[in-house]
Design a protein around this ligand. Structure first.
Ligand SMILES: [Zn+2]
Ligand SMILES: [Zn+2]
Length: 360
């Protein structure tokens, strides 16, 4: 195992910069916020640590990129920021996220609530979920994994047309796997940063995707016509476990982070680290390092304490709704699902320690 360890000086400069204007801006932050952000370069911090590399296929080794410090982020003229009138993150669900409509609806609300806490201060709205057929996208069966895949680029084109006036961005999410072009095996997601649209799939985050008895395998694709999307009707969906929810929340916020102009983090262990495979994605922390947090804070304008408190509240809230009345003759069981947050518990403990620094 290799460790990417930067000097105290390097981390401090990446966070505060040497630009006198930005240094002044930093010094005007609440001293308690500075104390938390300064943990980035405090030797022996138990809140933020270096990036560890475990294999040559890890992102940093296989995709060398220029690092982005706060100053580079701040002075990037091309990045998108929420502006007055364009402050809403829209989520468009494509197909179901869970085995029944009610599980899917709950799952979506969990993600919405999580994004509201993460991007504290912005509005997050759900667009009416649509079936795959509504996008008119191409689809195929993957030659090796034998699962259904939809064309990511065509979904992006569809989402661009649907983007509401007040949108900061529109992100499509789906439990169906994606492919970017015929010659590619698959892609976790694709986004157009200038247009503020993205599509992300959680298909490969189910606990069984890589197992030999994955139930989403299709033997042969039979279509009556090019407009026949019936294969998606009863298509297999993974169980809505706590691990799947954790992975979905991490992916969604990482990808929306890119739309804000945050590039892959190479400073500290951080949600914005690139990841090349599932094991590496799982290793990423749930939240941002101080350098990326300062970037997001400067784009959104929240107080760190409010944001951390909202994240804890989301983990603590058992479910989004009060129990609903079960309609008679309903085929689906409409019981309120408890939010599966077991996988978030270690992070709750971590956020609480961050809050303690902010409240000292
Ligand atoms: Zn990324
Ligand atoms: Zn970071």
């Amino acid at each position: 195992m290799q460790t990417v360890r930067h000097s105290e000086h390097t981390l401090k400069t990446a966070l505060i910069s040497k630009n006198p204007e930005l240094v002044k801006q930093y010094e005007q932050l609440d001293p308690r916020e500075q104390r938390l952000l300064n943990e980035a370069f405090r030797p022996g911090s138990d809140l933020f640590g270096p990036i560890t590399l475990h294999s040559p296929s890890d992102w940093i080794i296989s995709h060398p990129e220029a690092p982005q410090d706060f100053e580079e982020f701040f002075s990037d003229l091309h990045r998108k920021s929420p502006s007055s009138g364009k402050q809403t993150i829209y989520i468009q669900c494509i197909g179901l996220l869970g085995n029944t409509r009610s599980i899917s609806e709950e799952y979506l609300k969990w993600l919405k609530g999580y994004c509201e806490a993460f991007f504290y201060g912005l509005t997050v709205k759900l667009l009416e979920p649509i079936p795959v057929s509504a996008t008119r996208c191409s689809f195929r069966v993957n030659d090796s994994t034998r699962n259904l895949q939809i064309h990511a680029g065509q979904i992006l084109t569809f989402l661009k047309k649907k983007k509401p006036e007040d949108a900061f961005c529109v992100v499509g999410i789906t439990m169906i796997d994606l492919y970017p072009r015929d010659s590619w095996n698959f892609v976790f997601g694709q986004a157009s940063l200038t247009e503020g649209v993205g599509i992300f799939s959680f298909a490969r985050y189910g606990t069984d995707f890589y197992s030999s008895h994955y139930k989403g395998k299709v033997k042969k694709l039979e279509r009556k016509s090019s407009s026949d999307y019936s294969v998606f009707d009863d298509y297999y969906l993974p169980e809505a476990t706590s691990v799947l929810l954790l992975r979905s929340c991490k992916t969604l916020t990482h990808e929306i982070g890119h739309i804000f102009g945050l590039r892959h983090c190479q400073w500290l262990a951080c949600l914005m680290q690139g990841s090349n495979h599932l094991e590496e994605a799982d290793r990423r922390p749930l939240d941002l390092c101080p350098i990326c947090l300062r970037k997001l804070q400067s784009a959104v304008g929240f107080r760190l304490r409010d944001r951390y408190k909202a994240l804890v509240k989301w983990i603590d809230a058992e479910s989004t709704d009060t129990p609903r009345v079960t309609p008679k003759h309903s085929r689906e069981e409409l019981v309120t699902l408890p939010k599966p947050v077991e996988a978030f518990k270690e992070w709750k403990e971590w956020i609480t320690r961050c809050l303690a620094v902010l409240q000292k």
